[in-house]
Design a protein around this ligand. Structure first.
Ligand SMILES: Nc1nc2c(ncn2[C@@H]2O[C@H](COP(=O)(O)OP(=O)(O)O)[C@@H](O)[C@H]2O)c(=O)[nH]1
Ligand SMILES: *[C@@H]1O[C@H](CO)[C@@H](O)[C@H](O)[C@H]1NC(C)=O
Ligand SMILES: *[C@@H]1O[C@H](CO)[C@@H](O)[C@H](O)[C@H]1NC(C)=O
Length: 449
């Protein structure tokens, strides 16, 4: 008893001390951190009350984007970045991993745009902040989240040298170079990579798995571990610069294959990258409002009535047929009655657990076969009309609107093995307390249960 009380007293003392420390730090950082922004604003004629860009880029940068990234970094702030090189949802996960690492290392995450790898190169890239609300994200995780376009001018002539970790090679015995990303060229960066140590690999004896561990990667961002692991870096492509991994602006070649416990863990309930990062990546207001318009039109909701609850489906076909191997495609992908069975399960669960009778069902899919879509219609399921979406909003928007629809229901039925489904499932359950199911496929009866 006594021991426990003593412990309690010690804890209370420590808590008070750290609260005091925290408060004084907040006051201190409010003063020093925003000084630059305040000075700039007060120089503008006609600005009487300086605005503080509290969770925006100016709170952690010297000012608006510069030609060289190094001219815009504050010397008392630490940053972290990486680059994408896959399909959109994979890149969303890559960025969620980056943001989780930003929390683990207490650094400001600098986010690149999304690249159009699946939707056609001519679509161009789209800034992260057009899709996700960076201000709200920064507030939720307690560290501002900024974008590359805030740091460095997009059309800059300056090619910046950077020293980064090459983790791609360390995770796979058969790789002998860092993973490339088209974006490092777009951002005009000349990177000198240092091969990371093999102990960052998550499953040491699995040569075919590419994962590294979150905390192992984080540790490389601290001076004692970094210094102990320095080896001769690769020269940068253009300038031949030889640079150790920067501790000011920490960077890794590619962060898709990162996990805490086991590979591909985003669907696991414990997934730290989801719980401490991905869940806070909320859509921008504009994207939510636009999607709401599409949902209302899809469900034919009269003006003045609220948007009703619905159950969303994501059927992933397209290039997934390569996984069917010798199984004929018609026996491989889950047929519609199998999906309908999952819909009824969700409807029953919503009724019994939440007292909700949800009838509306919205199908999203990359399937193009008109016969298949006709069968979807026969089941009474609706689908968003994207016939004008590209023309009105651009190439990215059928995908973005579908992703927001998938995440916005009271229930979700997804395709097993699709990361797009996986994130929609997590969003639906975390944000809307939704009922979720994943449909298995690959052979007749794969989803029987
Ligand atoms: N508009 C739209 N595009 C889709 C849909 N399903 C798949 N796609 C396209 O196919 C890509 C799938 O790649 P990715 O996002 O990495 O997810 P995954 O391959 O399913 O794990 C998406 O990024 C879209 O470009 C859908 O329901 N609607
Ligand atoms: C940080 O930058 C400021 C202003 O540019 C300078 O006065 C200060 O000495 C620098 N601090 C360090 C530790 O380099
Ligand atoms: C971000 O979220 C905040 C609420 O947290 C909202 O006020 C703001 O308008 C949102 N910004 C965008 C770009 O969606």
């Amino acid at each position: 008893m006594r021991g426990r009380r003593l412990l309690f007293a010690t804890c209370a003392c420590l808590a008070a001390a750290s609260l005091f420390g925290l408060l004084s730090m907040m006051v201190w950082s409010n003063q020093s951190k925003y000084r630059v922004a305040l000075d700039q604003e007060s120089q503008l004629p006609g600005v009487s009350k300086p605005k503080v860009d509290e969770w925006g880029p100016l709170s952690v940068l010297r000012g608006p984007a510069t030609d060289s990234l190094w001219d815009n970094l504050q010397n008392d702030t630490k940053y972290i970045t990486s680059w994408p090189s896959a399909g959109w949802t994979n890149d969303v996960m890559t960025y969620a991993n980056l943001i989780y690492l930003a929390r683990l290392t207490e650094r400001v995450a600098v986010l690149p745009p999304f690249i159009p790898s699946h939707i056609g190169g001519e679509a161009g890239s789209i800034p992260f902040g057009h899709v996700f609300n960076t201000t709200r994200l920064g507030q939720s995780i307690g560290i501002p989240v900024i974008e590359w376009q805030d740091v460095k001018k997009p059309d800059t002539p300056v090619k910046d040298d950077m020293g980064c970790w090459d983790i791609w090679e360390a995770s796979q015995p058969d790789e002998h170079r860092p993973r490339g990303s088209w974006l490092t060229h777009v951002l005009n960066l000349d990177i000198s990579f240092t091969r990371a140590p093999n102990w960052i690999k998550l499953v040491p004896d699995d040569d075919n798995d590419k994962h590294t561990g979150f905390m192992a990667l984080a540790s490389l961002g601290f001076p004692r571990v970094r210094d102990a692991e320095l080896v001769t870096p690769y020269p940068s492509e253009e300038h031949g610069a030889l640079l150790p991994p920067s501790l000011h602006f920490l960077c890794y070649d590619y962060l898709y294959y990162v996990a805490a416990v086991k590979p591909f863990e985003y669907s696991s309930d414990y997934s730290p990258a989801w719980r401490f990062s991905g869940r806070y990546m909320r859509w921008t207001d504009r994207l939510e409002q636009l999607t709401d318009k599409y949902v209302r039109k899809t469900l034919d909701v009269a003006d003045g009535l609220p948007t009703p609850f619905y159950i969303a489906i994501h059927v992933r076909h397209g290039d997934f047929k390569v996984y069917c191997e010798e199984t004929p495609v018609k026996d491989c992908f889950a047929p519609l009655p199998v999906i309908a069975r999952r819909i009824s399960e969700i409807q029953q669960a919503l009724l019994s657990k939440q007292g909700l009778d949800v009838k509306h069902v919205i199908m999203t899919s990359d399937e193009r076969d008109p016969e298949w879509w006709a069968d979807v219609k026969k089941l009474g399921w609706k689908t968003p009309d994207h016939s004008k979406t590209e023309e009105l909003y651009g190439r990215w928007y059928p995908l973005l609107i579908d992703a927001v629809i998938q995440s916005g229901g009271k229930g979700f039925v997804g395709t097993d093995g699709s990361t797009m489904s996986e994130l929609a499932m997590r969003r639906c359950e975390t944000w809307h307390n939704g009922e979720v199911r994943m449909v298995k496929w690959g052979r007749i009866g794969a989803d029987d249960h």
